[in-house]
Design a protein around this ligand. Structure first.
Ligand code: FE2
Length: 377
């Protein structure tokens, strides 16, 4: 059942935060053809190109496009040589999130605090300089081949970081109201959820916010368990999912089969106007999970009064859920690459701070229909 864990929430308030986070700095996706992925995120998702690194900037190893919409920044990176470790990552995982980069005031201290608590170092604190100042980065391993980078940019005024030049979109970009990352979900192997929750609690000072067990998240066929961890100020939330035993293969197992291990399942992005955002995404060809029209039959009985027009929500297939603090509207894209792995959630919060528990069943049944069409249920 869904429950808040008060002991840990108290801890969130009382204990000194040894890893203060200012928010998410960026998400870096390794992809096969960053140039073409950049076109997709500009044309469909309305991101502006803001910075670039590649052959023209003297980078002979890899190319990166930095895309931004309000506070949301994604970096798309491809290899330029066969020797690049990016290729091994791609061969194993397909396109996927490599770095969940966190914005900090002190990347050196962040690295010391986490590695002294058992984090595996991926990059020792490194100062990078150019004419716009300096950026300090460090990095630690998290689940699978995913890495948390700490980025300290308080002494930097450039477009992104040293090694990048400012670059603008050469196409017309129409933003769709994406604001910032609301939460970012990891799928981990069977039996590993508590291991990673403990990692976030002990190594990164996060607190456990919510627990969902397989009674909350199960359908006739599949089940999963989930725990949500949050940093001290609540800016960074990471739900962690693991598969639970069901009659057929769960969506988490399908993910782990295709991603060849643990990794980022979805990135939830906040909008103030989900009807506009989703209307634009649909016009631009982005596919979403569909729930049946019957979902809307008793919706108002379940969630009470909402200010949005029910017919429009039904038309766009946007889901609604309510908790003690208010309601939320949400929708999930289909995977954004050919492997059924990474996808996006679009979320509008009207007070609610939860994650749409009331929609889990309808959503998982929608995912199972997709799995059945892929022959992986
Ligand atoms: Fe989510």
């Amino acid at each position: 059942m869904e429950r808040t864990v008060s002991k840990n929430q108290d801890k969130l308030v009382d204990a000194p935060d040894f890893l203060p986070l200012l928010g998410t700095d960026h998400v870096e996706i390794y992809c096969g053809n960053a140039k073409q992925s950049a076109f997709y995120y500009q044309s469909a998702f309305g991101f502006n190109l803001v910075a670039y690194s590649g052959l023209e900037t003297g980078n002979k190893e890899q190319t990166s496009y930095v895309l931004q919409q309000e506070k949301l920044r994604i970096v798309l990176t491809s290899a330029l040589t066969p020797e690049s470790p990016i290729n091994a990552h791609l061969a194993k995982h397909g396109d996927g999130v490599k770095y969940l980069a966190l914005w900090v005031d002190d990347a050196t201290q962040s690295w010391k605090e986490t590695t002294s608590r058992g984090a595996i170092s991926v990059l020792e604190p490194t100062v990078m300089k150019d004419e716009f100042g300096e950026v300090v980065v460090s990095a630690i391993q998290t689940y699978g081949d995913t890495v948390h980078k700490f980025v300290e940019r308080k002494n930097y005024t450039g477009a992104f970081m040293p090694g990048f030049i400012a670059k603008s979109s050469t196409m017309e970009v129409k933003p769709i109201g994406l604001q910032y990352i609301d939460h970012c979900v990891g799928n981990v192997e069977l039996g590993k959820m508590n291991h990673w929750v403990k990692f976030y609690e002990e190594v990164m000072g996060f607190g456990l916010l919510l627990t969902f067990d397989d009674k909350d998240i199960s359908t006739e066929y599949t089940a999963l368990m989930s725990k949500v961890v949050s940093n001290g100020n609540g800016y960074v939330k990471f739900p962690i999912n693991e598969p639970a035993k069901g009659r057929k293969k769960s969506q988490i197992e399908e993910y782990i089969d295709f991603y060849q291990g643990a990794g980022v399942q979805h990135i939830a992005v906040a909008t103030k106007d989900i009807i506009f955002t989703v209307g634009e995404l649909r016009k631009r060809g982005v596919d979403f999970l569909e729930v049946p029209a019957t979902y809307y039959d008793d919706l108002i009985d379940r969630v009470g009064e909402i200010k949005e027009d029910l017919e429009i929500l039904k038309d766009l297939n946007i889901l609604v859920d309510r908790d003690d603090e208010g309601y939320l509207l949400q929708i999930f894209t289909k995977p954004v690459q050919d492997r059924p792995t990474l996808f996006f959630e679009i979320i509008q919060r009207e007070g609610a701070q939860s994650f749409g528990k009331g929609n889990f069943k309808a959503l998982f049944e929608a995912i199972e229909r997709e799995q059945a069409s892929r022959g992986t249920l």
